[in-house]
Design a protein around this ligand. Structure first.
Ligand code: HEM
Length: 257
């Protein structure tokens, strides 16, 4: 905790010393503008707290999602998914845009790559804890009348596995997203919904796209290693989930030059 705080302070100080007010960094709006809720600029200590928050919110979440993505496509029954992913990426990189800034745009538009990421979000949502909200007015849910002030919350683990929306809910089937229904789209909530949903979701998507491009473009094939035990990849809920076995061991071979 002390190390995390100290490094965040160093980064905030570096940012304040080296950036101009009109430069666009993640911290710029916080450092340079009046906070609408507080009616004043943030203090130095509050900026450090915010930097710590970004670091926590933005690192374990994305890395856990990437870990489960690699796990899902490296399971023996899913090798066809990995092969298709490699094909899709290599088709993009042999296209006219290869190696240019437009590359990422082509990847972002690729239905299959998006389908794989969405299926990872669905089956292995990294934030599965209840996200508490306080009712500001009464609400009726089914036969229950909840008064204002009640703490309510949802767990995406539950609705991501609703069999009426996602048939065979425990199975990892990216193809289901190639013809998604309105109910499916509405039920996928890895970043939560409403006013306090994830402000880093576009960055998270972008990082996952880049990771997939790099791994697939390197022509690597990954398989779950023999040392992995059945429950090693069980999601342990530490608010941000992580594999119970604390590691993902993969065998990696190069399959294309
Ligand atoms: C796969 C990656 C990610 C997932 C699954 C994820 C998920 C979430 C969820 C579910 C929430 C809502 C928490 C709540 O309701 O209490 C949230 C909030 C937040 N996320 Fe993310 N996140 C990811 C990546 C990121 C990244 C890359 C950043 C920034 C660098 C980030 C910054 C934040 C912040 C600052 C909040 C709090 C927003 C607020 O309270 O208004 N997240 N995230």
């Amino acid at each position: 905790m002390d190390y995390w705080r100290e490094k965040s302070r160093e980064m905030v100080d570096h940012f304040l010393m080296n950036s101009k007010a009109d430069e666009k960094y993640l911290l710029s709006p916080l450092a340079n503008t009046v906070d609408a809720f507080l009616g004043r600029k943030l203090t130095h200590e509050e900026l450090v707290e915010e930097a710590m928050g970004y670091m926590f919110a933005g690192s374990g979440t994305t890395s856990s999602t990437l870990t489960y993505l690699l796990y899902a496509i490296s399971r023996p029954e899913n090798m066809h998914i990995q092969a298709r992913l490699r094909d899709e990426v290599s088709n993009i990189s042999t296209a006219a845009t290869a190696g240019t800034e437009d590359d990422i745009v082509a990847v972002r538009k690729n239905p299959y790559i998006n389908a794989v990421i969405k299926e990872v979000f669905r089956v292995y949502p990294t934030i599965i804890s209840t996200l508490p909200r306080v009712l500001t007015e009464p609400m009726v849910i089914d036969k229950y009348k909840l008064p204002a002030g009640t703490v309510v919350g949802m767990q995406n683990w539950i609705h991501h596995r609703d069999p009426t929306v996602f048939p065979d809910p425990d199975k990892f089937i990216p193809e289901r997203w190639l013809a998604s229904t309105e109910a499916m789209d509405a039920s996928l909530t890895p970043f939560s919904i409403g006013k306090r949903n994830c402000i880093g979701q576009n960055l998270a998507w972008q990082e996952l796209y880049w990771a997939i491009i790099c791994i697939m473009r390197a022509g690597l094939e990954t398989k779950v290693g023999p040392e992995m035990k059945d429950n090693d990849m069980q999601q342990e809920d530490r608010f941000n989930t992580a594999p119970r076995g604390k590691r993902l061991m993969l065998e990696v071979v190069r399959v294309t030059p």
